[in-house]
Design a protein around this ligand. Structure first.
Ligand SMILES: [Ca+2]
Ligand SMILES: [Ca+2]
Length: 273
């Protein structure tokens, strides 16, 4: 459940008024330590970057979005983290990909429902699409990628120029998934926002974005197809642009689809003596 910014402010204000400490909001972690990073509040321009001839209508119009602070995992959900979830809950095991993976590789073959269930168990939720792109850009709105406009294997694990197979080069030594965090983080401290595995987000594909500006927008309750962001080890370069939105069935799962969890910002207050 996403708590609205107004709800969080009201909760904090009530706690202060009552003179009590609030150590955590509902949705406490269930015995697993995920690598949370606090994403600062701010505004950004979402969608098609000016001059990007490859943009689709679904990436338009570019519009301004203002977001409150939230937490996001520094890395994609790992095989080991997802195995802990399965062991603790009896949740169905995902399909095994046809390539080798170690516990520190990103978990794959998750449906949208699987990813949402994992994140809820871990005390979080899936990020909204707005949160995901804001975090992926990390203060660099006008670029195709967070590091610039040239795709490079020094920052990302992606596939061959022709669809669809893995490829290597530069820092990218992996034909399939790489261990999470193998590439440098963006300026918010997040790894693999571009490439490695696609990441499910909370939202529905739309023909076009609504016109902005938007403040702490929330997804519709229902829709037709869910969305994945960030592309993967299997994809050719044109799909790696940060504004790309991939519609996909919520029940679909493949060996290049994973997830990354978000959570509402923690409220930490200390009682006055
Ligand atoms: Ca690769
Ligand atoms: Ca990724």
């Amino acid at each position: 459940m996403r708590l609205s910014a107004s709800w969080r402010r009201a909760c904090a204000a009530a706690a202060v008024a009552l003179g009590i400490g609030v150590s955590a909001l509902p949705g406490a972690a269930q015995g697993i330590a995920l690598p949370w990073v606090t994403i600062p509040a701010g505004a950004f321009r979402m969608g098609c970057v000016p001059g990007d001839a490859a943009c689709l209508d679904s990436e338009r119009p570019r519009h301004e979005v203002t977001l409150s602070t939230f937490d996001l995992m520094a890395t994609e959900v790992t095989v080991g983290q997802y195995a802990a979830f399965v062991a603790a809950t009896g949740y169905a095991r995902p399909a095994v990909p046809d390539y080798p993976q170690a516990p520190d590789h990103p978990a794959v073959h998750m449906t949208w429902h699987d990813a949402a269930a994992f994140c809820a168990w871990a005390g979080g939720r899936l990020p909204t699409e707005w949160e995901w792109e804001y975090a992926a850009r990390a203060g660099h709105d006008g670029r195709l990628y967070w590091w610039g406009d040239e795709l490079t294997r020094d920052y990302s694990n992606f596939g061959a120029p022709q669809c669809c197979s893995g490829a290597t080069g530069g820092v990218d030594d992996w034909l399939n998934t790489a261990p999470v965090g193998s590439f440098p983080p963006n300026d918010f401290g997040l790894h693999d926002m571009t490439g490695n595995v696609w990441e499910w987000v909370n939202g529905w594909i739309t023909i076009r974005y609504p016109d902005g500006p938007l403040t702490d927008p929330q997804p519709a309750e229902t829709g037709y197809l869910r969305i994945m962001r960030g592309a993967s080890w299997l994809n050719f370069p044109g799909v790696l642009r940060l504004s790309v939105r991939l519609p996909f069935s919520a029940d679909g799962h493949t060996s290049n689809v994973g997830a990354r969890c978000a959570r509402d910002a923690r409220v930490l207050l200390v009682s006055a003596e």
